[in-house]
Every structure is written in structure tokens, then in C-alpha cells.
Design a protein around this ligand. Structure first.
Ligand code: SF4
Length: 450
């Protein structure tokens, strides 16, 4: 028998439970268990006036942003439409069927106003991280650090030559933010090198050709993760320069200790974090095992002896050369106090048969030694060990998080401009990644694990 379509008829009363229509295994149902925003209103109270039009409810705003970043919906207009239409999104936002979804322009205005001043997004990130710690997902033994370039919302064709500087007509929020971070070591003060091009739309974005292909304007997102379950312990936005990324790593390690009392035994990282100064900081100041590839440019390519051909004698504080002669130091520091110079005697070198392979153009061989060389030696020893090999594999966990960020959460290009925009987007994305990880690793009470 042919069926009949039930034609919709307006009814005076509906009995409809949103909760009953959200599948038990829906990602948002699982995530909802870990979103604890009860205290936000009290904390945000000082940022709101008691007069005037009421703003968007901060919890609604955060819940909408979590949906946006968990499902890769970063257009504010589309997010408002999706929340309006999608039952699961309405349920997660506690809106009910008739609840009013904010207009996208109001949403945008609120997002860039009080919310930014209150540093609310970092608070939400920390709330989620605390929950990860409570659930036992953060081992706290080993952390890995890395950075990834994210394209800025700046047209590469409209860049102006860096030497010319910003034109006077360049104005707006991104320009104001750029001026505000000129002295910040994570942005303007990271380097004295003038970039080849500057974007008038987002001048804090750095022109970079680091990927080897076409250069573009970018920011760096920096992650510090706990390697046990790849939980993001901290996130920081910086300009796309290595010095800034190293600074971000230091800030994140210190903050994870001060805010959460997390004191890992080892730090895993690639050669970007393997400078002598950084290794000295990790070993001597923080007491951490550096599972970091040493950045070493001492190998010579002209066939003469490299530093590795010389042996350092700790007891005598001297290098032994391949010819069996000692290179000693007077203790004078060079290179802004970062290096100590060791020298062979001119008489020994002049009479040496190995001189053409050692210092053919100099009267005697000189050997620079970083004041942090002991820390570099520790990192070299770890790299040769079995543990070092395992650590190199663990580095992939951060790289996989960046791949997830770009491919699944679709954050391969920023939508917001300026350092604050980059920071907000990176924190939200890291929060979403941690929430998704919680949902995956902590089974729902009424669902049996697969
Ligand atoms: S040239 Fe001098 S430093 Fe080099 S191997 Fe001979 S003695 Fe040693």
C-alpha cells in the first residue's frame, strides 16, 4: 500500500526533548561531560557594566566557539547559522528549540570586546587541561615541544617592501595590536632583521619562506605536549621566527610549572631547540634532561679537522688535538660572553706534520667552546642512547597534532588578524583538540569501550 506523507500542521503545543534526539555516541555528548564553565560568570563579572544592553551569555559564546573549533567551522556567520539549524549544536549550547542564537555581527563584536580583555579563552583552556590532569591523562614525565607555521589572513600580493615600512593610511585593530607588541620578544623584538615584505592588513604576520616553496605571511603556533597521551599542556602564538619559538618554549615550560605544578623530567624537541643557550637553560636552570637534537655547525667541509677530532679533558680543562698537543684557554670569553677560546701553541703547530689537515691558513689552531658545552654534551649522549631514539619517535606526536589541526580542524589559515587574533585561534584550537582527546580516551559511563 502506498504510504502517505504526513503534511506538517501548525500545532499549538509541541512535546519535544532535544536530549532524546542526540545520539548517545555523538561527539558533542561526549565532550559535554568535560566542559565545566560554572565559575565563568563570577570571574567575568568585573568586565561587565551593570547598565546598558545585556551582552551575549559568556557560556553560550564559549560553547558556540567550542563547536566551531571542534568541527572546523571558523566562519562566525556560518557558525551562527549552524547552531541555529543543528539540533546537537543547540543541545550543546543549552538553547532548546526556541532559544535565540546571536546574530553573527553581535557575536563578532562580543568576541573581540570584553572576551578578549578578560583572557577568557586561556581560562577555558586551563579548565580543560585541569580536567585532563584529573582524569589521569597527563603523565607529567616527558614533554615535547614544537612549532608550526599557520598562514595569516594577509594577501601575499598586497605586501609592501619591509624597508619602506607601514604606510600612514594603514589603520585598524591589527595595526594597533602590531604596535602594541613591537617590544615583545615573541613578536616585534624577536629579531632586528627587517622582513622582505610587510602586510598592511596584518603587519605582525611575518613574511617567511621557511617551507621552501612560495613565501607567505604567517604566525607560529607553539605546542608543549605531554607525550603519554599527546595532551596539549600549553600553547603560545608567536611571530614566525625561530628565536621567538624558542622563547615561547621557555615561557610554556615555566608556565606549566607555575600554573599546574607540572615538573617533567625530560624535554623532547628538534634541533630548533638545540642551541647552546637553550640547552644550557634546560639543563643548568631547569634541571631537565634535554632529549633535543643539538644544533652543531662545528663540522668542517674543507677536509680539515673538525671539533669532533679533538678530545676535551674535563680535569685539565683543555682539548687534546689529533697530534697529541694540548689546546688551553686563558679564560677569556668572546662572542658576547658565550664562547671560550682554546689555543694550541704556535711552536707546536709550526712543527706539526698534520698542520695542512688542521690549520693550513693560521699559525696555530684555535678551538671555540660554548659556555654551555657540558649541556650540549649531555644532549649528544642522550641522542646516542636507546632512550634518545625513543624520544625522536615521540616527537612525531606533536607533528601529528599539527597535522590534525590543519587537516581536521581546518586551521591551515587564520581567520582573525593581529597577534591577539592568532593567540585566540590557537588557544581555541588547542582546547578543542584536548576536548576531543578527552572524549576519545574517557569512555562514556553508559557506553562499553570498543
Ligand atoms: S696543527 Fe697544531 S693543533 Fe693541529 S694537530 Fe698539529 S699540533 Fe695539533
Amino acid at each position: 500500500m502506498m504510504g502517505h506523507r504526513q503534511v506538517e500542521q501548525a500545532a499549538l503545543f509541541y512535546e519535544f526533548s532535544l536530549d532524546r534526539h542526540i545520539p548517545a555516541d555523538h561527539l558533542l555528548r561526549s565532550i559535554d561531560r568535560f566542559v565545566e564553565l560554572g565559575d565563568l560568570r563570577r570571574e567575568l563579572a568585573p568586565f561587565y557594566s551593570s547598565m546598558g544592553r545585556p551582552s551575549i551569555d559568556p557560556e553560550l559564546m564559549i560553547r558556540m566557539l567550542i563547536i566551531g573549533y571542534c568541527f572546523g567551522i571558523r566562519s562566525e556567520r556560518r557558525l551562527c547559522e549552524e547552531v541555529h539549524l543543528n539540533l546537537a549544536y543547540r543541545w550543546f549550547c543549552r538553547l532548546g528549540l526556541g532559544g535565540e542564537v546571536p546574530d553573527h555581527s553581535t557575536f563578532s563584536k562580543n568576541r573581540h570586546g570584553r572576551f578578549r580583555q578578560s583572557d577568557l579563552l586561556r581560562r577555558v583552556f586551563e579548565i580543560v587541561l585541569r580536567r585532563c590532569i584529573r582524569e589521569g591523562l597527563v603523565g607529567g614525565e616527558a614533554f615535547a615541544v614544537d612549532a608550526s607555521l599557520i598562514k595569516a589572513d594577509a594577501n601575499r600580493q598586497k605586501g609592501i617592501e619591509g624597508e619602506k615600512g607601514l604606510p600612514p593610511e594603514a589603520t585598524g585593530r591589527a595595526v594597533e595590536e602590531y604596535l602594541a607588541v613591537l617590544d615583545d620578544a615573541a613578536f616585534g623584538a624577536a629579531t632586528e632583521v627587517t622582513p622582505k615584505f610587510v602586510s598592511p592588513a596584518d603587519p605582525a604576520a611575518r613574511w617567511t619562506g621557511a617551507h621552501g616553496g612560495q613565501a607567505f605571511f604567517a604566525y607560529s603556533t607553539n605546542y608543549l605536549i605531554d607525550v603519554e597521551n599527546a595532551i596539549i599542556v600549553d600553547v603560545e602564538a608567536t611571530t614566525a621566527i625561530r628565536q621567538a619559538e624558542v622563547l615561547a618554549a621557555k615561557r610554556m615550560i615555566e608556565r606549566s610549572t607555575s600554573r599546574f605544578d607540572l615538573c617533567p623530567a625530560k624535554i623532547v624537541g628538534d634541533s630548533a631547540y638545540g642551541s647552546a643557550e637553550m640547552l644550557g637553560w634546560l639543563v643548568d636552570e631547569q634541571g631537565l634532561e634535554p632529549h633535543v637534537t643539538v644544533s652543531d655547525k662545528s663540522a668542517r667541509k674543507d677536509g680539515t679537522f673538525s671539533r669532533d677530532d679533538f678530545t676535551y679533558d674535563h680535569e685539565r680543562d683543555a682539548y687534546l688535538c689529533p697530534g697529541g698537543t694540548m689546546l688551553t684557554t686563558t679564560g677569556t670569553l668572546v662572542n658576547d660572553g658565550a664562547t671560550m677560546l682554546y689555543r694550541a701553541s704556535k711552536r707546536d703547530c709550526t712543527d706539526c706534520a698534520l698542520k695542512p689537515h688542521c690549520c693550513p691558513k693560521e699559525p696555530a689552531r684555535k678551538m671555540p667552546r660554548s659556555i654551555h658545552e657540558d649541556a650540549r654534551d649531555i644532549a649528544r649522549q642522550i641522542a646516542k642512547s636507546w632512550e634518545g631514539r625513543i624520544s625522536r619517535r615521540l616527537r612525531k606526536k606533536v607533528e601529528m597534532l599539527f597535522a590534525h589541526l590543519k587537516r581536521i580542524l581546518k586551521l591551515d589559515r587564520l581567520r582573525l588578524r593581529g597577534p591577539c587574533g592568532a593567540r585566540d585561534e590557537f588557544i581555541l584550537a588547542a582546547t578543542a583538540q584536548n576536548l576531543r582527546k578527552l572524549a576519545k580516551l574517557v569512555p562514556m559511563p553508559n557506553l562499553k569501550p570498543a
